[in-house]
Write a protein that binds this ligand. Structure first.
Ligand code: GH3
Ligand code: MG
Ligand code: MG
Ligand code: MG
Length: 307
């Protein structure tokens, strides 16, 4: 017996409070051909602060998953017209890993080995209907806990901590996956005299300049692959329209050079230099040559693009 206000009791509810708090960020898609079943699941999930949307068969569910982008979990019935739950999960696993989009199967069917069928298709878990409410919540929470950890791990492995930009590792993984797609544009960007900014204003303000740069890159190049390569150097990979790419790079440079940042009472200005290449060479060759262009941009006066 643990008294209600004892530290042990309080400690035991902290993980639950934490779970409920992060549930607010999750959207769950309930897939069932029975409106009654959907309504029941919705009420269970909404009590846990989850956002709920509904589909009445596997085919409709796939359309919604492809359109909405922000679904965390799919809870699906087995027997449904058009596409059953196992086939739905098999199909969505072609695009999303279980750490990106979780799936739980539910069924009242007595079909032999249905649990195995769901798990083999890629479900994170399975429950037989009618289920015990507490068991449902336990399985739901453990699935969401694992999803949260996987997403956190993914961010830790692929994002730069300071600027939230993608890191080098993410860049190469994605740049190499998209190889053999013909010519591409690549640019290397480096802040001019960044050491002087650190020396004059302190490292902390240097960090804020990097964050400012990452935000501007995101504003101008949300459709490109942008990564912090290290220090004050970023790499941008763009589709094949060198004219558009160069125009956007020029606009970014102008935006940066025209900005007057007020950082902790200091007025800070900075500029960047860029090296840009465009052809169908492999990614390592593009980078090597862009680096050479960047070197020329630096040695010919900075705050410019060299092609
Ligand atoms: P250039 O115009 O030739 O590029 O000169 P620069 O001073 O920008 O280049 P240099 O390579 O000499 O200096 C880069 C500096 O960037 C040195 C390093 O301390 C600083 N730096 C690297 N990473 C960080 C960071 O995360 N935060 C801060 N504040 N400074 C960093
Ligand atoms: Mg059904
Ligand atoms: Mg520099
Ligand atoms: Mg540098």
């Amino acid at each position: 017996y643990i008294p209600k206000d004892s530290p042990a009791c309080i400690a035991s509810i902290i993980p639950i409070l934490h779970r409920l708090e992060s549930n607010k960020q999750h959207k769950v898609l309930v897939v069932d051909d029975s409106a009654t079943a959907r309504r029941y699941l919705r009420s269970l999930l909404e009590r846990q602060y989850l956002t709920v949307i509904e589909a009445n068969n596997g085919e409709q569910a796939l359309d919604m998953i492809r359109q909405e982008h922000d679904i965390s979990l799919v809870i699906t019935d087995y027997a449904m017209p058009e596409r059953d739950g196992v086939s739905l999960i098999k199909e969505l696993r072609k695009t999303w890993r279980s750490g990106q989009l979780a799936a739980i199967g539910l069924s009242a069917s007595d079909e032999n080995a249905l649990t195995a069928k769901f798990l083999k298709a890629g479900a994170n878990d399975f429950l037989k209907k009618p289920f015990n409410q507490e068991e449902f919540y336990c399985r739901l929470h453990s699935t969401l806990d694992i999803l949260d950890s996987e997403r956190r791990l993914y961010r830790l492995a692929n994002q730069d901590y300071l600027t939230q930009s993608w890191n080098r590792r993410y860049f190469f993984e994605h740049a190499l996956v998209r190889h053999h797609q013909g010519p591409r544009c690549l640019a290397l960007l480096d802040i001019d005299h960044f050491k002087t900014i650190n020396d004059r204003f302190g490292h902390h303000i240097g960090d804020m300049v990097l964050i400012d740069l990452a935000k501007r890159l995101e504003n101008f190049f949300s459709d490109a692959l942008v990564a912090r390569f290290g220090g004050e150097e970023f790499c941008l990979l763009f589709g094949n329209s060198p004219q558009i790419f160069e125009r956007r790079l020029a606009a970014l440079m102008e935006d940066i050079a025209g900005a007057e940042l007020t950082l902790m009472g200091h007025t800070v200005r900075y500029s960047v230099s860029l090296g840009m290449v465009n052809d169908d060479a492999n990614i390592h060759d593009l980078i090597r040559r862009a680096d050479h262009c960047l070197y020329q941009a630096k040695s010919s006066g900075r705050n410019r693009i060299v092609l």
